[in-house]
Design a protein around this ligand. Structure first.
Ligand code: FMN
Length: 377
């Protein structure tokens, strides 16, 4: 039979991914002073062993104040570089592409982990060494009622923040990453600039769509300028969001056209973030609920897209690709459940050498077991 598309290599700028399966970024809240730990090596390393083509690190802050929580990852110091290198080398050695997602939480900074419902830190937390700090945003509008009012960035502040993305990109390169994604989704700083709900500026970084997109586009130019052409640059969007779609799919298509013109190679299509962390009202949760965004962006802009969101079945993933709705499939939670998902998917889709997705240390034994099973039938 012909090879399923899910297991067909894909060219991404100067790189070839061995299949179309991407491990989506997953914050672990387990970093120490921004640096990754053994947890990250095992967490990310097992996805490379399990056969995914691209393994994304979690959202990684470009500045110390850009973290959401004290446990969030960062790449704002040169000291972080060797810590990540250990991880990238492991992923690379096992035939996967080590990918970094850089981000800035903006006004969503200074809170507790998800299991506190991201409760904003207070002076009470200072007693346990977790003093609150002030987030930044295009406008002095808080992320939620119990959060601090963020510092409204001046134009010179904006230039400094953009410079921190550039610095973080250079560190990402030095750390051995082969791919980088700008996190422009989920209500974080870039998305705060894009959204008319969070951006009420009256200068050149606010107002109409062009003004609200300016921060994202200047920042993308700064990243692309130092990120080598042959290494793919991705951008993650919240394709729709806000109070009844204040940011909508047409805005996203306009944004992606501009991003593509600035050298972005692929777009990962997510949703939500400004009007609540999970915008159930606009985007009902069902398998593949965000696939239509990846499809529309791909069709209207011709850019490579990655579909994500409640895709868990091999046949579903293959169908999305076969119908031309996206070029790649990303998954997050399913990988926590089953880090060897690609192997199981390959078997389901009839790939005969599915065990070769695993390293020899595993594949040799498992193939032998299959042979013994065959013989004893
Ligand atoms: C624990 C966890 C952490 C996440 N952290 C990030 C992140 O750092 N960056 C990001 O863009 N998305 C993040 N997401 C969203 C996922 O990348 C993904 O888009 C979402 O979970 C939907 O995919 P799924 O249904 O396959 O889990 C996170 C999701 C989970 C479950």
């Amino acid at each position: 039979m012909t090879q399923p598309l899910l297991f067909t290599p894909i060219q991404l700028a100067g790189l070839t991914a061995r299949n179309r399966i991407v491990v989506s970024p997953m914050c672990q809240y387990s970093s120490e002073e921004g640096g990754p730990t053994d947890w990250h090596l095992v967490h990310l390393g097992k996805f490379a062993l399990g056969g995914a083509a691209v393994v994304f690190c979690e959202e990684t802050a470009v500045e110390m104040r850009a973290r959401k929580t004290y446990g969030c990852a960062g790449i704002y110091s040169d000291a972080h570089v060797p810590m990540y290198r250990r991880i990238t080398e492991f992923i690379y050695k096992h035939n996967s592409i080590p990918a970094m997602q850089i981000g800035h939480s903006g006004r969503k900074a200074s809170c507790g982990p998800p299991w506190t419902n991201f409760k904003p830190l207070t002076d009470e937390d200072a007693k346990t060494g977790h003093a609150p700090w002030r987030g930044v945003s295009p406008s002095a509008i808080r992320a939620r009622d119990d959060a601090q009012v963020p510092h409204e960035l001046s134009v010179s502040d904006i230039k400094e923040v953009i410079a921190s993305w550039r610095e973080a990109t250079l560190r990402t390169l030095n750390a051995g990453f082969e791919m980088i994604e700008i996190h422009g989704a989920h209500g974080y700083l870039i998305h705060q600039f894009l959204s008319p709900l969070a951006n009420k500026r009256t200068d050149g970084y606010g107002g109409d769509l062009a003004g609200r997109m300016r921060f994202a586009l200047e920042l993308t130019e700064a990243v692309r300028a130092v990120w080598p052409k042959e290494k793919p640059l991705w951008f993650r969007v919240s394709a729709v969001d806000g109070d009844n779609g204040a940011w909508n799919i047409d805005d996203t298509v306009t944004l992606v056209r501009e991003l593509k013109a600035r050298g972005v190679d692929a777009v990962s299509c997510s949703s939500g973030g400004i009007n609540g962390p999970l915008n159930y009202a606009i985007v009902p949760r069902q398998p593949g609920f965000q696939v239509p965004y990846a499809e529309r962006v791909r069709r209207d802009t011709g850019i490579t897209t990655c579909a994500v969101g409640l895709i868990t079945e091999a046949e579903h993933a293959e169908d999305i690709l076969q119908r031309g709705k996206a070029d790649l499939i990303a998954m997050a939670r399913e990988f926590m459940y089953n880090p060897n998902w690609p192997v199981h998917a390959a078997k389901k889709l009839g790939v005969t050498d599915y065990l070769d997705l695993l390293p020899t240390e595993y594949a040799w034994w498992l193939k032998r077991r299959e042979k013994i099973r065959e013989i004893s039938k």
